[in-house]
Design a protein around this ligand. Structure first.
Ligand SMILES: [Zn+2]
Ligand SMILES: [Zn+2]
Length: 170
């Protein structure tokens, strides 16, 4: 989906362009790799573009609902990412390419929402996913999911140096 920002470039432009874009199922594979996800339930961008402070500006919200692997216990865990932002549109000649408040469309006056969505979503992907902050992970010795209960390995395999400390705190 593309939006034409030409009508909102004039300083006195009063029109507001509302948009709502959700990629087709066939284009979801790209988001699997962007998000390091297992399965995409929904990914979308919505917002409005209008004249603001002499610039065509876009206010947007990006939302993704998906499942991903927990970095500790490897279970498939539901995740959501949602954030809002604002960008002012600049021409290639404005010299504002390095300013993160500005966005320069590849084609003048045309914003490709798919590209916009992938670009800004990829900046918000966390380094890792957890099923819960308290996830205990897997036992490093027997591989048991410690969220389901202890396994008895920890006592036997404990590093002798820590054993000393163990006694120290008794
Ligand atoms: Zn986990
Ligand atoms: Zn174990």
């Amino acid at each position: 989906m593309k939006i034409n920002i030409e009508p909102i470039k004039k300083k006195d432009a009063a029109n507001i362009i509302a948009f709502d874009y959700e990629p087709e199922e066939a284009d979801r594979a790209e988001f699997i790799s962007i998000l390091s996800a297992e399965k995409i339930n929904s990914v979308k961008i919505s917002g409005t573009a209008a004249q603001e402070n002499g610039f065509a500006a876009v206010n947007y919200t990006i939302y993704a609902d998906f499942t991903a692997e927990c970095a500790r216990c490897a279970c498939e865990t539901p995740q959501t990412i949602e954030f809002s932002g604002k960008k002012y549109f600049a021409e290639k000649t404005d010299g504002k390419e390095e300013n993160e408040d500005y966005y320069t469309p590849e084609t003048e006056n045309t914003v490709d929402l798919h590209k916009f969505l992938t670009e800004f979503l990829s900046l918000e992907v966390p380094l890792r996913y957890l099923c819960s902050e308290e996830c205990l992970g897997l036992c490093q010795f027997c591989g048991k999911d410690l969220n389901e209960g202890g396994c008895g390995c920890s006592k036997q395999n404990i590093n002798p140096a820590f054993k000393l400390l163990d006694n120290f705190f008794d």
